[in-house]
Design a protein around this ligand. Structure first.
Ligand code: GAL
Length: 890
């Protein structure tokens, strides 16, 4: 819904007045400031873990669960950007509804007891269309983005002020009892600043002053901004941020983007960052004085609609985050981070008590940082006592290959390669970043049964994957390769794509007519040459049609086009369809980037020489007829001239398809398999689920074993080589009715809709492996039996924890061995030592339960199966919906 800005303002004022009386406060109002060590929340320094969740990349129905799962994972703060282009799709028209209801999102964060870090930008990058800028911004006369430019600054200030005012009106700042503790202005401007010379420097100062002038009453940060003015905290973004120095010594060390994964492009591999390495990075950050760390992303989600940036970023923004695109836990990452966070939290009293740690070199590549109140009080060279005061230590082994045995405070510690041990009492290890005790979850994506079994299907339509297809009846309508709207217009020359489309559609049609003489035809025949289309430079896709037939396609970002053509004698319709696949979201001068064609455009190889098309008469038309008629909407769908689809009509280019389907039973997330299709877009009940494109990733570059050791980079542990980058597309449950859901697909290049299936995503297999030498469960540290936060409880036996997804239970234990099992999940095998009752012990403890825990000790397994050997328990279990188990009485 679009609303007029002044109306919105009046409304929000009215609401603010009403809410100031009745609005629920989430906290007692508190102040936020900082010193050189940390954020100071209500007078106390805090060590804070933050989870990046972008509200428009999920549905409001998903938000509570995502926030709850983040909280359970041990975070204190939720972080999000603010996405200008979805809030102000047309200048002065605002949208804060549905997925864009940022106020609702903020309130959910507050009501769950978490803080909120709002990164307003309003440039956000984020692999988001145009980096978050509304495309209409380009049209403001004289505008230059992100520099000392009056029209830009005016627009930026207007939007940032509106957001700050909205948050204030809704009582969302900490000093009002709301969750917002920190704000960000701009985003990584330091990366592009030099392109703007002095104007860049002036802009940074202006942005800082403007932000401060809004009176938000909480600290502001800039990220990657070494020259950030003193009123602003410069923060770090990267895969590692230990050793980072802010813009002055009186600023704390903040990590605004801990890249715990990475994004993908169509035809690219899927990046994976191992949990052990990421935990190492986080532990090193806190070890070396960091105090605020935000995961980018804790939940990545989905680029619904045409929101993905680019060019060429895929619809999924899973990011290998601890909560996956569908809102399910990505294990063991989520669990390992949860343990890590618990370990860091145990250290918090010591970390906040100490201004800077004591550094101890333990070996050539081994070091300790000790946070001890004693050292703090008595000076750097004093000794400290681990018994009397707050003391926490981090022991790091940054050797990529070798385990290190180090002596610290008279005690011996074994540190695996590339790992940090966390000692919340300076003596006992609570956690080591390379030892994963959390379970692994293997996700299964399974087609649900066909939905129209009563419909007779002719033999020839019974395709191979019939049993899994979404439907056996499809309707179809061709997208005309022709003019259909009165809005088309004809001019001389080539127009810049975005100037025409305003990004209301990916598609811009260019029509012209070419006369081919008999002489040309004989010239081509005699010389055995073809005429060709040449375009100096083009982005992202161009499709060439001659007389209504698709004859060629080129894909690339500002690439030259040279496409052979085949004309008939006489007049030929030449149609060029220029397409964008996500607008540029990174870099300087975004307003100048544009889209479509640049440079010369001509036909080569004609008898009389090249034909320059740059100044020819072209007729332009924006978008598709189907888009214009909104035939994907439930109400409008009948407007299309749909006919029944028959097997001989597929695969077909530039075609719309539709069908109806029932929602799968149960609560599992739903995914649409579009692996049988080419390129296009899809809608469910009028909701745009995104662009799809079955482009295959390179065959090589995916290591068989991902070694967590050593410095990570985004290409290090990729997966999915030789397979399409994305075939599954998330359909949020809240977009589905029980039955009769309308699915509409627009297909450009040809695919087989009969093979489209609807899938249910669940965790069917879970595994874990925990050894006797593992650490005791972290909660025991804060157990009433522990003294002064020190672990003095008698029972320090490690435990294994297993858990199925919500509303699922463990239906069977497929493998269990207490002894010396070998291998990994789904490949476990028995070693020399094995307790014979392993399976029965684990089955008894877990079967039929949603979650269970087992102590890793000889007593539990009826005695020691092999003396003087460190025993490990390895388990593989199967999860099923609890409703199935109930009905089958397992
Ligand atoms: C950062 C940027 C983020 C995101 C990230 C990569 O440079 O600030 O918005 O684009 O890179 O995922």
């Amino acid at each position: 819904m679009f609303v007029n800005r002044s109306l919105l303002h009046c409304l929000s004022l009215v609401l603010a007045v009403r809410f100031s009386v009745v609005a629920a406060r989430f906290f007692e109002p508190f102040n936020v400031s900082y010193d050189h060590r940390a954020l100071i929340i209500d007078g106390h320094r805090r060590m804070l873990i933050s989870a990046g969740i972008h509200y428009p990349r999920a549905t409001p129905e998903m938000w509570p669960d995502l926030i709850a799962k983040s909280k359970e994972g041990g975070v204190d703060v939720i972080e999000t950007y603010v996405f200008w282009n979805v809030h102000e799709p047309a200048r002065g028209q605002y949208n804060f509804e549905g997925r864009y209801d940022i106020v609702k999102f903020a309130k959910l964060v507050g009501s769950s007891g978490l803080y909120l870090f709002l990164r307003i930008g309003p440039y956000v990058c984020a692999e988001w269309n145009f980096g978050g800028f509304p495309v209409w911004l380009r049209d403001i006369p004289g505008i230059e983005f992100r520099t000392d430019n009056a029209p830009f600054k005016e627009e930026m200030q207007r939007f940032v002020k509106m957001i700050v005012d909205l948050m204030r009106e809704e009582m969302l700042f900490s000093w009002q009892g709301g969750p917002i503790i920190m704000l960000q202005i701009e985003n990584e401007y330091g990366n592009v600043e030099s392109s703007f010379g002095k104007k860049g420097k002036d802009y940074v100062k202006w942005a800082a002053g403007m932000a401060l002038g809004l009176g938000a009453g909480v600290p502001w940060v800039m990220c990657r901004q070494d020259d950030a003015p003193d009123v602003i905290v410069n923060t770090c973004n990267g895969f590692y941020c230990d050793g980072f120095g802010p813009n002055s010594n009186d600023k704390p060390i903040f990590w605004t983007e801990d890249w715990n994964g990475w994004y993908s492009s169509w035809g690219g591999r899927i990046p994976h960052r191992p949990a052990e390495d990421n935990a190492f990075a986080v532990a090193r950050f806190f070890q070396r004085g960091g105090s605020f760390q935000n995961y980018y992303m804790f939940f990545g989600g989905t680029n619904f609609g045409r929101t993905s940036g680019g060019p060429f970023y895929i619809t999924s923004y899973d990011y290998d985050a601890p909560i996956d695109e569908y809102g399910m836990l990505n294990q063991p990452k989520w669990g390992h981070f949860k343990d890590l966070h618990a370990g860091i939290k145990l250290c918090e009293p010591a970390l906040v008590a100490v201004d800077s740690p004591l550094y101890i070199k333990l070996g050539p590549k081994q070091e300790a940082h000790v946070y001890s109140e004693d050292v703090q009080a008595r000076g750097f060279n004093s000794s400290y006592s681990v018994n009397e005061s707050k003391c926490a230590a981090f022991l790091a082994n940054i050797d990529e290959n070798e385990t290190a045995v180090v002596t610290f405070h008279g005690q011996v510690y074994t540190l695996p390669p590339w790992s940090v041990s966390i000692l919340p009492d300076c003596r006992n290890t609570a956690f080591n970043t390379a030892k994963v005790g959390a379970q692994t979850s293997i996700k299964t994506v399974e087609p649900v049964l066909p939905l129209f079994p009563h419909i007779h299907v002719p033999q020839q339509l019974q395709i191979q994957k019939e049993s899994s297809c979404i439907s056996r009846t499809w309707m179809t309508v061709k997208e005309p390769i022709d003019l259909w709207s009165e809005n088309n217009f004809t001019v001389h020359g080539i127009l810049e794509h975005l100037n025409v489309t305003k990004d209301h559609s990916d598609y811009l049609w260019h029509f012209t007519r070419i006369y081919v003489s008999d002489d040309d035809i004989s010239f081509w025949e005699n010389n055995k040459v073809n005429p060709a289309l040449m375009i100096g430079s083009m982005r992202d896709v161009v499709r060439v049609f001659i007389n209504g037939q698709l004859t060629g396609s080129v894909v690339g970002h500002w690439v030259k086009v040279l496409e052979p053509l085949q004309f008939f004698q006489g007049y030929n319709d030449l149609v060029l369809l220029s397409q964008t696949v996500g607008l540029q979201n990174y870099g300087a001068f975004l307003e100048k980037d544009g889209a479509g064609f640049k440079g010369q455009i001509k036909l080569t190889g004609f008898k009389s020489g090249d034909i320059d098309l740059s100044e020819s008469l072209w007729t332009y038309q924006v978008g598709l007829l189907g888009e214009y008629l909104k035939i994907y909407d439930i109400d409008q769908s009948e407007k299309g001239m749909w006919t029944d689809l028959t097997i001989d009509a597929i695969p077909s280019t530039f075609t719309w398809y539709k069908t109806y389907f029932d929602a799968p039973n149960g609560v599992n997330p739903v995914a649409l398999d579009l692996g049988s299709m080419g390129k296009g877009q899809a809608w469910v009940n009028g909701n745009h689920i995104g662009r799809y494109w079955t482009r295959v990733a390179p065959k090589d570059g995916c290591p068989e074993i991902c070694d967590y050791r050593g410095v990570y980079h985004s290409g290090k542990c990729s997966k999915n080589c030789g397979k399409p980058t994305q075939i599954w597309y998330h359909i949020p449950r809240s977009w589905l009715k029980a039955s009769n859901n309308l699915l509409v697909i627009f297909e450009e290049t040809g695919g087989n809709p009969f093979e489209i299936s609807i899938n249910s995503r669940s965790t069917q297999t879970i595994c874990a492996q925990v050894s006797e030498s593992h650490y005791p469960p972290l909660w025991k540290w804060s157990h009433p039996d522990s003294v002064g936060g020190k672990i003095s409880i008698n029972d320090t036996t490690p435990e294994m924890h297993l858990q199925c997804d919500d509303e699922h239970v463990i239906s069977s234990i497929d493998y269990a061995s207490y002894g010396t099992p070998q291998g990994s999940c789904q490949k476990f095998s028995q070693g020399n030592c094995h307790a014979p009752n392993s399976l029965s012990v684990v089955s008894k403890a877990c079967q039929g339960r949603g979650r269970c825990s087992i102590k890793i000790s000889n007593t539990v397994f009826g005695g020691d199966p092999c003396r003087h050997v460190v025993k490990t328990l390895a388990v593989e279990a199967r999860c099923m919906p609890s409703s199935y188990i109930g009905s089958s009485q397992i």
